[in-house]
Design a protein around this ligand. Structure first.
Ligand code: HEC
Ligand code: HEC
Length: 265
């Protein structure tokens, strides 16, 4: 029975449903239900509604590696619940060869898989783990729901950033910002520059023309202060990193898109 049917059945026969509909989504654990809603909002564009490859609208435009197949039990069963939690709530790591962070061999550090640590509450993050488990026919073993924080992280609107730099400093920061954009925060997972990059957010290849620097800085630091329900997660970008990325975006001055052809009469 599909979820819709299940809910329909409930509306039609609220009393009868009390007996004998085991397995029906109605009796889905409340955390799984919460996780399902969050997943649809924050994850399905990349991973797909049922966690399957190619299903999400952003899947095809993602760089490699493609979003994990969350419906594959053989692979997903090798991850512990804690490891799934850690993957969605980690700190982003700079994977740039040479200058990047130290990353241990078994550590999950794919830049194009965003962290949700700074966007969702602990309880929401565990609800997501509970839902992700259902995508490959497993169950979350246990979570100490009562002890989990229910508050989402809160951030004030950031003041205007210090944007003064000499042209030489700006160029250096922009080069660093480019590394951070791709190799640490995976902004390309959701934004296009030229032909490459995801389609969850607007293209950024004209950001240097279109957007002022403090607007850009604030979006990078605190997306939820700019738009409370945005799908752009707060990636925990440090002030220093945000400044470098801001200068990188300032260099993007692609020519305007070609004029559409006049309508034929
Ligand atoms: C911008 C696209 C994108 C979004 C949004 C996204 N993911 Fe991912 N996800 C990825 C990519 C890319 C990988 C890495 C695949 C790989 O390593 O092969 C990944 C990997 C994972 C993994 C496997 C981690 C591991 O240890 O191997 C899990 C679990 C996961 N995502 C869950 C989620 C959940 C839950 C959400 C929403 C809260 C989410 N993802 C949102 C792109 C995304
Ligand atoms: C999971 C997808 C995702 C990731 C990752 C992401 N963004 Fe976004 N971004 C969005 C979405 C969606 C919007 C549009 C906001 C809205 O309308 O809700 C946005 C908006 C923006 C804007 C405002 C654009 C405008 O036209 O006003 C900027 C600037 C921006 N993002 C930069 C970045 C940078 C830099 C990074 C990496 C540090 C990044 N984004 C990572 C999804 C993402």
């Amino acid at each position: 029975m599909s979820r819709e049917h299940c809910v329909g059945a409930f509306a039609a026969a609220a009393v009868a449903v009390m007996v004998g509909v085991g397995g029906c989504a109605l009796f889905e654990n409340e955390h799984v239900a919460r996780g399902r809603t969050l997943y649809a909002y924050y994850c399905s564009h990349c991973h797909g509604e049922h966690g399957r490859p190619g299903e999400g609208f952003n899947w095809k435009s993602m760089p490699d590696p493609k979003p994990k197949d969350l419906s594959n039990k053989d692979e997903m069963s090798t991850l512990k619940d804690e490891e799934i939690f850690a993957a969605i709530s980690r700190d982003m790591k700079d994977t740039t060869p040479g200058v990047g962070d130290k990353i241990s061999e078994d550590e999950f550090a794919v830049p194009t898989m965003p962290t949700f640590k700074n966007t969702l509450s602990e309880e929401e993050l565990w609800s997501l783990v509970a839902f992700v488990r259902t995508l490959h026919g497993m169950k979350l073993e246990k979570a100490d729901w009562a002890s989990l924080k229910k508050e989402r992280p809160k951030f004030a609107l950031v003041p205007k950033p210090m944007v003064t730099a000499t042209p030489a400093e700006e160029a250096k920061l922009a080069a660093r910002g480019k590394q951070l954009y791709y190799n640490k925060y995976g902004c390309n997972a959701c934004h296009k520059i030229g032909q490459s990059g995801g389609e969850v957010g607007p293209p950024l290849d004209r950001a240097g023309f279109r957007l002022n620097t403090s607007w850009v800085y604030r979006w990078i630091k605190y997306p939820q202060s700019m738009k409370p329900r945005t799908k752009m997660p707060n990636l925990g970008v440090s002030d220093e990193d945000a400044k470098a990325i801001m200068f990188f975006l300032k260099t993007l001055n692609a020519p305007p898109p070609a004029q559409p052809l006049p309508a034929s009469s």
